[in-house]
Design a binder for this molecule. Sequence first.
Ligand code: RB5
Length: 147
Amino acid sequence: MKLIIGSDHGGRNLKEEIKGLLEELNIAYEDAGCDCDTSVDYPDYAKPVAKRVAEGEFDRGILICGTGIGMSIAANKIKGIRCAVVSDEYSARMSREHNNANVLALGERVVGPDLAKSIVRTWLEAEFQGDRHQRRLEKIEQLENEG
Ligand code: RB5
């Protein structure tokens, strides 16, 4: 699996923790920034991560900001992206099994590093269940095409 990870200044510390986990799990990743402590705008980091997942260059993306909310709103503007902002393991699993989420958004100011790592592990391991869930995703795709 190839993964791309990005954050704004509000998610940068948690991003470092998650990168450590990805290394432990032997998952190849690219860090799309930010790498500064000064204030940046989260859509500038959500956009390239979401686009590169949507275009198939990466299988999955992880986006981190203060709450995960801004990143998820921005990422979901990109066609083909199903980004779920998650703060518990159950939702992490469901976002894969039912929603086939290809981007995970986390909030550094919402979840602690241990919970965040457990969420990422769960999200990486869970598989999309297809079947009736596929039909529902196709309806979401139709919404995207209606504009
Ligand atoms: C930055 O202060 C903060 O607004 C951002 O990290 C994020 O939480 C937005 O949703």
